[in-house]
Write a protein that binds this ligand. Structure first.
Ligand code: AMP
Length: 282
């Protein structure tokens, strides 16, 4: 049974009761439209904690003015069914006024990290993400919180925030769940036309090709970024936002391909922006 809670007070009470029963608490923050990627996070949380809370909140402050906030899918009943099937104890489903009390004017900025990669084409996005995740962590006060590698920059930034602001939580990074053809599962995939859906496999194909180049000894970031760019630009309907090879910790460009690297791409198909990445040890 999944209990649906709408307020911070109710959620804190439910968590406090679970703690009294000796259970450890896991939090999986989501924007809903849940799929097997989200389910994998819930399963990781279930494996490690006794009481799993899933938050479902489409966070307005992480969307730009021309982005998809209003049309973002909100299939709440289906989401709750998945939560029930996956043994989620509590679904925290606040409304906007709960997360942003009238007059709210406090935001979290993770300097530097928030401006790189996705931050360049989505100014303000990570400020919204960091702010809402801190509020969710304050609400649930979990022992562990679970994030997907799919949004690697987000996970990296949250880790920095948790360290910097002394938040007592352990973070887990879970692997990317993909469709059979390699496309990373995303709530936004449902925006794609059948043709765009076919072409969208280029993200992972390009990343894998770039990974192979590095494994074969390529040392030049420019050469690998060039290969990524060429594959994506050569795909009908694909508009490249960025293709980058960066240090996996700082997310900054590297001079030579060595150590732990993140290969990351963002590509638009019409109005739909998709991201994907792979981590490579060089
Ligand atoms: P979202 O609902 O898109 O905000 O995502 C909520 C969480 O699920 C984030 O930590 C995402 O990184 C994670 N997630 C989204 N898609 C996937 C996927 N395909 N595989 C693993 N985790 C994912």
């Amino acid at each position: 049974m999944t209990t649906v809670l709408r307020t911070v007070a109710e959620t804190r009470t439910a968590v406090a009761r679970a703690r009294q029963e000796g259970l450890s608490i896991g939090l999986v923050p989501t924007m809903g439209a849940l799929h097997a990627g989200h389910a994998s996070l819930i399963q990781a949380a279930r494996a490690e904690t006794g009481f799993v809370a899933v938050s479902i909140f489409v966070n307005p402050s992480q969307f730009g003015p021309n982005e998809d906030f209003s049309r973002y899918p909100r299939p709440l009943e289906r989401d709750l069914e998945l939560c029930r099937q996956e043994g989620v104890a509590v679904a925290f489903v606040p409304d906007v006024e709960t997360m942003y009390p009238p007059g709210a004017r406090t935001y979290v900025e993770v300097e530097g990290l928030q401006d790189l990669l996705c931050g360049q084409s989505r100014p303000g996005h990570f400020r919204g993400v960091a702010t809402v995740v801190l509020k969710l962590l304050h609400t649930v006060q979990p022992d562990r919180a679970y994030f997907g590698q799919k949004d690697y920059q987000q996970a990296r930034l949250i880790k920095q925030m948790v360290t910097d602001l002394l938040v007592p939580v352990e973070l887990r990074l879970c692997p990317i769940v993909r469709d059979k053809d390699g496309l990373a599962l995303s709530s936004r995939n449902q925006y794609l036309t059948a043709e765009q859906r076919r072409e969208a496999t280029v993200l992972y194909r390009a990343l894998r090709a770039a990974e192979r180049l590095i494994k074969c000894g390529e040392k030049s970031p420019g050469a690998v970024e060039g290969a990524l760019t060429q594959m994506i630009r050569g795909t009908p309907g694909a508009e490249l936002d960025y293709a980058a090879v960066v240090d996996a910790l700082s997310l900054e460009p590297v001079k030579v391909l060595k150590g732990k690297l993140l290969l990351a791409v963002a590509v638009r198909f019409g109005n739909t922006r998709l991201i994907d990445n792979v981590l490579v040890n060089a």
